[in-house]
Design a protein around this ligand. Structure first.
Ligand SMILES: Cc1cc2nc3c(=O)[nH]c(=O)nc-3n(C[C@H](O)[C@H](O)[C@H](O)COP(=O)(O)OP(=O)(O)OC[C@H]3O[C@@H](n4cnc5c(N)ncnc54)[C@H](O)[C@@H]3O)c2cc1C
Length: 187
């Protein structure tokens, strides 16, 4: 039966199971061409995956900015966290990973605009996995840089960490993305 689902993150977006029984749809409400639904949904998936990759870049950028601001402000052992090389290097790694995922996501968009459909299917899956892994890692580091506060609801990075966990699952799991890549690469 239909029910609203309680989620780990993404609380701003309601998610529910929908149940249809004896449901008839008038023919004028047909979306697209009859018997071409699978193709339509596959094409939509590639677009959705690029959107999800872009969301990961945005979430990670937010987590990075919060971390830089916090590391500048927080004093420990007589200096700010940015005074410790280990923290600065974490921030440098976060910035580099975000830049790489952003570049790949941008490449998919450029090739989609050029109409390179087959390359886009594989690249969209690669971009989703790359951006997803990057986002999980960056949000994890952001919580770490915030220390105990990173685990608290009042800090944004706690929410970003929970929100980030959806991305290797939603819109096709990480494993299914790899299957898509295998198919496009031909093995
Ligand atoms: C917050 C949220 C919002 C969602 N919104 C929507 C929505 O709007 N519309 C919608 O249609 N769906 C939505 N989903 C569903 C989502 O797309 C699926 O949960 C997701 O695609 C994974 O499918 P599944 O849950 O059936 O997992 P399963 O298919 O049961 O997979 C379980 C595990 O097995 C692995 N696995 C399964 N098959 C293979 C395989 N062939 N090879 C290797 N590993 C495999 C998976 O990678 C995964 O790790 C949403 C899910 C969440 C959590």
């Amino acid at each position: 039966m239909s029910r609203k689902l309680k989620k780990m993150g993404w609380w701003a977006s309601d998610t529910a199971e929908l149940h249809f029984e004896g449901c008839r749809v008038p023919v004028e409400n047909l979306i697209g061409e009859e018997n071409a639904g699978f193709l339509a949904i596959m094409q939509n998936f590639a677009v959705e995956r690029v959107h999800l990759a872009a969301q990961c870049v945005a979430i990670a950028t937010l987590a990075y900015r919060e971390s830089v601001a916090y590391a500048r402000e927080r004093q420990a052992f007589g200096k700010s966290l940015t005074g410790f090389q280990v923290v600065r290097h974490k921030l440098a790694d976060m910035a580099s990973r975000i830049a790489a995922a952003r570049a790949l996501t941008g490449e998919v968009v450029v090739r989609a605009v050029r109409g390179e459909d087959m390359a886009v299917a594989g690249l969209a899956a690669m971009a989703k996995n790359t951006a997803t892994d990057m986002c999980s890692r960056v949000c994890d580091e952001a919580v770490q840089i915030h220390g105990g506060y990173g685990y608290m609801r009042e800090y944004l990075v706690e929410r970003l960490y929970r929100d980030a966990r959806l991305y290797p699952i939603g819109g096709g799991t990480r494993e299914i993305m790899n299957e898509v890549i295998c198919k496009v690469e031909g093995y």
